[in-house]
Ligand binder design. Structure first.
Ligand code: HEM
Length: 500
């Protein structure tokens, strides 16, 4: 046998073996059907260098899932995925299948054991603590933090009034990071005053690198990944984050030592507590170690600051482009606050119904995290009747679920906040921006409170104008979906407070 025929024989044997091992996935792939993938889409999936193209490809597969009865199938290299655009299937998977997919394995190089991406045994006990931290009762105690930082934002935006377009995301990201630092770590960062703050650079840097690792499959091999420039960059960022967490942990260890009264989660009247305070208190009782506290703090900094900043930036971009909606928001603000510049309080928030509808509609059409993943650890049958073999990965398309006309009506692609007030969709319709089920986002109340407070403060003072009127909105994929122009807008001072 010549060397060439030996190689061909080996390739043939490998192929037959692969087909045999994956026969059950191949059968589901055939039954469910898949979108015809164009050459450029294959290229973007395989070489994944252009984040905008990857996102467009995922969206077009999601569109196929909508027209294909709620499901589509795809191979991402050797991994088999079902793309879900049907609410019944998504709800079922999110309720009963809590393990995340194989791609998270690569992500964990950067996020370590943080429960956001952790395996179920690590995630489960930590989730209870995070849910307590982010309970409605505890979060409402942070009202002054939200109001103070919103005021700082309006001051920091002053130099942009009447000038060229600028990235509002940079400012909102600094704001959400400052809020997260004080509420999660108990440290005052003030990165709004210094957008180049090292911790902010490190947190946004880790988010960016983590987004990249998902897209480039050669990074999924530990041996290669640990020798890349990106990994060296990550280690530098991680050191910065670690130093901050250590300082915060020492501070809290001291507070708990000095403080004879113990903080209780159920204390209705008591002070708000940061996650670190809570974790430090529970450390001995539950056997948490330094690594756990570090990793959870890191995960929360990543999960909370970026998503909330992306979401509120997107609201600003849409309001700048749709003046009649911005006008209605302003009218509502005038009804609630009159001409006063006073701080937004917890009591004001339920009265801002139209603003809330605008936020929800923005998140429906442009969810900050348009895709989440799960993996089947056993065989089961989806509510749609498809038999799913153990080992199937799921890409739950929040993008498609939130735009599927079956649930949102024929104008599903339109930006129409009124739909949340006029009963135009069934009460059973699920808004998936914060996901659903036991692993759904525990920060929903926190995020909505921050966004409403910030926007109500910002929009009373400034009118938003589009950066480039009529230009198409362009997004790129990372851990969140971000605007290519970093959410650019222009602002003008409101001089028309009386003439609404
Ligand atoms: C607009 C803002 C936000 C959006 C759109 C958002 C969305 C999401 C989504 C889609 C997930 C994935 C859930 C899954 O895999 O099923 C998630 C998880 C998570 N989010 Fe958020 N989130 C936001 C803000 C926040 C905030 C402010 C916090 C904390 C203060 C937070 C903490 C978390 C945590 C800890 C997880 C992991 C949950 C788990 O696995 O148990 N998020 N979020």
């Amino acid at each position: 046998m010549t060397p060439l025929s030996l190689i061909l024989f080996c390739v043939f044997v490998c192929l037959v073996l692969w087909l045999w091992c994956n026969r059950r996935f191949i059968s589901v792939y055939r039954k469910v059907g898949s979108k015809h993938i164009t050459k450029s889409e294959w290229y973007s999936f395989l070489f994944r260098s252009d984040r905008e193209e990857v996102l467009k490809s995922l969206h077009s597969i999601s569109d196929h899932a909508i027209t294909n009865g709620g499901l589509s199938a795809i191979w991402m290299l050797h991994r088999f995925y079902l793309i879900i655009a049907g609410a019944e299937d998504a709800e079922y998977v999110l309720k009963y299948h809590l393990e995340k997919d194989d791609l998270m394995w690569a992500l964990r190089f950067y996020t370590r054991t943080s429960s956001v991406f952790a395996t179920v045994p690590i995630w489960r006990p930590r989730r209870k603590i995070i849910s307590a931290l982010l309970s409605h009762r505890n979060v409402t105690k942070f009202e002054p933090v939200f109001a103070k930082n919103s005021k700082i934002l309006t001051e920091q935006l002053q130099p942009h009034v009447g000038k060229d377009a600028f990235s509002i995301w940079e400012h909102l990201n600094a704001l959400t990071l400052d809020i997260t630092c004080i509420t999660i770590l108990g440290i005052d960062l003030n990165s709004q005053m210094n957008l180049q703050d090292p911790l902010r650079t490190a947190v946004t840097g880790v988010m960016d690198l983590a987004g990249e690792i998902l897209m480039q499959f050669w990074y999924h091999v530990e041996f290669i990944m640990k020798r890349t420039k990106n990994y060296r960059k990550f280690l530098k960022y991680d050191q910065v984050i670690n130093d901050y967490v250590n300082v915060a942990m020492k501070k809290h260890a001291q507070i708990t030592k000095d403080d004879s009264k113990t903080l209780s989660i159920d204390n209705e009247e008591g002070e708000a507590f940061s996650l670190l305070h809570l974790l430090t208190e529970l450390k001995e009782q539950r056997g948490f170690d330094h690594t756990m506290i570090h990793d959870e703090s890191l995960g929360l900094l990543l999960a909370a600051s970026e998503t909330t900043a992306v979401s509120s930036s997107m609201v600003c971009v849409l309001l700048s482009r749709v003046p009649h909606v911005q006008h209605k928001v302003y009218q509502e603000l005038m009804e609630v606050f009159g001409e006063s510049d006073r701080d937004v309080t917890n009591e004001d928030l339920p009265r801002l119904r139209y603003l809330e509808a605008v936020i929800k509609e923005t998140q429906r059409l442009y969810p900050p995290g348009p895709y989440i993943t799960r993996k089947a650890l056993e065989d089961f049958v989806l509510p749609s009747g498809v038999e799913v073999p153990k080992g199937t990965n799921f890409l739950i398309s929040i993008y498609a679920l939130n735009r599927n006309p079956k649930y949102w009506g024929p104008d599903a692609d339109e930006f129409r906040p009124e739909r949340f007030l006029d009963g135009s969709f069934s009460e059973k319709t699920i808004h998936f921006a914060f996901s659903n089920g036991p692993r759904g986002c525990p920060g929903t109340v926190f995020a909505m409170m921050v966004m409403k407070t910030v926007l109500a403060t910002l929009l009373r003072q400034y009118r938003l104008l589009p950066a480039a009127p009529g230009a198409p909105l362009r997004f790129q994929l990372g851990l969140t979906s971000k605007a290519v122009d970093k959410f650019s807008v222009k602002i003008q001072l409101r001089v028309d407070r009386k003439s609404v």
